[in-house]
Structure formats: structure tokens, C-alpha cells
Design a protein around this ligand. Structure first.
Ligand code: SAM
Length: 292
């Protein structure tokens, strides 16, 4: 058995050995609590036949726990300074593979094809860099990758918005973009004390389980998200006012927008936050012909 990486003593020793200094701009807050890591991995429900894709392995704290539980771990790390450290800390785990790349620029589908061929159960598991949590999650979902789901640590405030239900203050275009593709739940609230250095915000772990097909079919997913973003542009405005002021050419198309709202059976005086995803889907399809 190897000593876990995620303890304050071992982490400090590794950082000192390599003279590593944290880069705040890369969202480097490393986990130093093995129990929290095991819990995250538990929520991913992996088996020895599963694979995990990690984003930002840092010094390998989570990578190690994943490697113990599944067949293969592929991890994207942007910071070149971490590569020699990872080669050292992950040396006992030959089923890990580090890719030195910005995940936002990576061809993840190709990596899955090349690195995880023959593995049918793939989960994304990560302690995300907080400056890019939403672009990363949206990229992974919009690229329609062959993954079962995503279990990630992120800012609690973002977790609240992702899993929010209609009619709540946190419900918005992000909740819709993510719940359209997945069932979203917050599975853990995590104290700041388990990170080195400690972040300024509270953290949470969310589990996103991909739906077999998106919640409701629409003519265009892009246009659905354009409509939802427009509807929440000013939360206190009515849906009619937001759509006329935000959709391209909306001011000249007020009559058509009213017709689409009527066809979708949505009162023009309602606010975006009261609409369910199926209602947004109906509205988007009713508006589509007037904007294409
Ligand atoms: N997994 C480690 C842990 O839990 O201790 C480190 C997590 S730390 C919050 C985020 C990691 O993501 C850092 O190692 C950072 O260098 C890396 N990172 C930041 N931006 C990235 C990007 N665009 N692509 C890949 N990795 C990134």
C-alpha cells in the first residue's frame, strides 16, 4: 500500500520537494483530505471495468483514488510544472495517463476513442479549476460524449444554480442548459478546510447523470438556449419584454413573439424563472420560424 497523496503532510512534502508554488490564475486549490476524495469517487459509482476522465489532476490526489477503483484514468492538466510531479506521484499507478493540454481546447471525443477503446462505462470525475467550471461542464455536455455522467467539485453557488428548480432565485439559463442533458443533484457540501490553499468560496460536489436523450426534443438546441438566455436577461422583466429586447430584431417582431407565446400557451406577463424546461422548449419551437 502506498501512502495517500491527499494528506497535509504528504502534500506539503511533495510541494517542497519540487519547489512548487500555486497559481491562483489556474484555480489551483488541492484537496488534502482522503475521506472527501473517497466520497467523491463513491458518488461516481465506478467499477473495475469503468474509466474516469479527470480535469486538472494537480499533484494526483484524486487521480490516485480513481486509479485504485477503475480500469483506466485519463487526466488533462494545463500546468506543465505539474508533469514531473505527476510522473513521480502516480508512478505506482500504471493505469493512469496524463495529457498536457487545456481541456477547453482538447478533442475529448478523440481521446476517448484512442485511450478508452473497449471501455463502455466512462465518468468524468474532477475537482474543477473554479475560474472555468461552467465552460468545462457545458463543453462536456454539448459535445455529446459517450460518458455516463459527471461528478465534480465546484463553487457551491454554481452548484446551486446548476441544480435549481423553476420558481427559485437560482433558476436560470445555466440550470436549463445542464438539466436539459442531465439529471442534476448536489451530493456533498464541502468545507474550505480540506483544500490547500483554502479557496475564498464554499464548495460542493454535484452529480450529473446524462439522460438517454435530452429532456424534450426541440427544432434547434442552440435556439432553445438563445431563448432561455434572452428570457433571463433581466430577471424582473416579463418574458415578453425580455424576448422583444434581447432576441435579434425582437423589437420589430413583437406581434410574432406574442403569437408564439400564445401558441406555446404561455402568458406574456410571466417571468422567465416561472417557466419549466418543457415550456421553454415549446416556446423555442413556436418562435423558431420567426427568427430563421
Ligand atoms: N485534482 C487536484 C486536487 O483535487 O487536488 C487539483 C484540483 S485544482 C482545483 C484544479 C487543477 O486544474 C489544477 O491542477 C490546474 O492546474 C488545472 N487546470 C486549470 N485550468 C485547466 C484547464 N483549462 N485544463 C486542464 N487543467 C486545468
Amino acid at each position: 500500500m502506498h501512502k495517500d497523496i491527499a494528506t497535509p503532510i504528504r502534500t506539503k512534502a511533495i510541494l517542497e520537494k519540487y519547489g512548487f508554488s500555486f497559481k491562483k490564475s489556474l484555480g489551483q486549490n488541492f484537496l488534502i483530505d482522503t475521506n472527501i476524495l473517497r466520497n467523491i469517487v463513491e458518488h461516481a459509482e465506478l467499477s473495475e471495468n469503468s474509466a474516469a476522465i479527470e480535469i486538472g489532476p494537480g499533484i494526483g490526489a484524486l487521480t490516485e483514488q480513481l486509479a485504485k477503483r477503475c480500469k483506466k484514468v485519463v487526466a488533462f492538466e494545463i500546468d506543465q510544472r505539474l508533469l514531473p510531479i505527476l510522473a513521480d506521484t502516480l508512478e505506482p499507478y500504471p493505469n493512469t495517463h496524463i495529457i498536457h493540454q487545456d481541456v477547453l481546447k482538447a478533442d475529448v471525443a478523440k481521446v476517448i476513442e484512442e485511450e478508452l477503446a473497449g471501455i463502455s462505462d466512462i465518468m468524468v470525475v474532477a475537482n474543477l479549476p473554479y475560474y472555468v467550471t461552467t465552460p468545462i461542464i457545458l463543453k462536456l455536455l454539448e459535445e455529446n460524449l459517450p460518458i455516463r455522467g459527471i461528478v465534480v467539485m465546484l463553487q457551491k453557488e454554481v452548484a446551486d444554480r446548476i441544480s435549481a428548480k423553476p420558481g427559485t432565485k437560482d433558476y436560470g439559463s445555466l440550470s436549463i442548459a445542464i438539466q436539459y442533458y442531465t439529471a442534476a443533484e448536489t451530493v456533498m457540501i464541502v468545507p474550505k478546510t480540506v483544500f490547500m490553499p483554502q479557496p475564498n468560496v464554499d464548495s460542493a460536489v454535484i452529480r450529473l447523470t446524462k439522460r438517454e436523450s435530452p429532456l424534450v426534443p426541440v427544432i434547434s438546441e442552440d435556439f432553445l438556449f438563445t431563448v432561455t438566455r434572452a428570457s433571463f436577461a433581466q430577471r424582473r422583466k416579463t418574458i415578453l419584454n425580455n424576448l422583444t429586447s434581447q432576441l435579434p430584431g425582437g423589437k420589430e417582431k413583437k406581434e410574432q413573439i406574442l403569437q408564439a407565446l400564445s401558441l406555446a400557451e404561455i402568458e406574456p406577463g410571466r417571468r422567465g424563472e416561472s417557466l419549466s424546461i418543457p415550456e421553454f422548449a415549446r416556446l423555442s419551437d413556436a418562435l423558431y420560424p420567426y427568427f430563421h
